[in-house]
Design a protein around this ligand. Sequence first.
Ligand code: AKB
Length: 315
Amino acid sequence: MKKILVTGALGQIGSELVMKLREEYGSDQVIASDIRTMDGDVVHSGPFEILDVTDDQKMHDIAKKYQVDTIIHLAALLSAKAENNPQLAWNLNMGGLVNALEVARELGTKFFTPSSIGAFGPTTPKDNTPQDTIQRPTTMYGVNKVAGELLCDYYYHKFGVDTRGVRFPGLISYVTPPGGGTTDYAVEIYYEAIKKKTYSSYIAEGTYMDMMYMPDAIRAIIQLMEADPDRLTHRNAFNVTAFSAAPEDFEKAIRKHIPEFEMDYDVDPVRQSIAESWPNSIDASAAREEWGFRAEFDLDKMTEDMLKKLDSKLK
Ligand code: AKB
């Protein structure tokens, strides 16, 4: 990767990824783009373009103007938002993806887009979910993610576009909050633990999902994009995880630092049913074997860092 275009750069992954890429590849080498600007946001520290990913011509023009060799396509609606507005989700998630893949094909760039544990469904094996398995999701987000994985593989086989992707679990970060996901509780809980010492979880006790701290997620993207293509049997998309946890596991981990922290439950039926259709834990051995990925943060290590960073941020 030498010159990289990132779409959805103001989102949860984008804002941290852009900064890391600029550190590693140089500020001018990373073109951040989003549908809006955000005054004072760190992504404005280098090249920035307004881009609605459903505008294929504009995406092409920007990629050409900067002569990018890599597109990292992040702009998308998350699971809960997509469920509330499935038509918009289809248009944005699929329309944006096919536009970005077309630009990659026309300009011969490398390509990354994230899939998700949402690409699995109720008939997928729930525990230690294999890399290659049944994918019949029951959410619009999941349908988008499976179709996206297939489309990226199609562009690789049919047109030789170097497409790569991972199935991200719930991502946890103290920098930019997620918006409209099912796993967002795992971020909110830390903010509320610091601000109010209480949290009401919209996900029920005993509901396990895979999770990952953002520094590991950013490392996964860069490591996969730099991986030797000859070692990749899979491409779209690799299971990656750091740990599997339920709300009460976060509660226990937070209590080690804030003993007075209390949690109760006010379950949201929409997000709960999405969570129940996803795996409890996934098998990430293909990522380990094909490009050497291993997460560095478990729940306790992440909790210590999150609370420390959030505490100074919220002061
Ligand atoms: C969501 O909850 O929608 C995302 C995801 C797991 O893809 N965080």
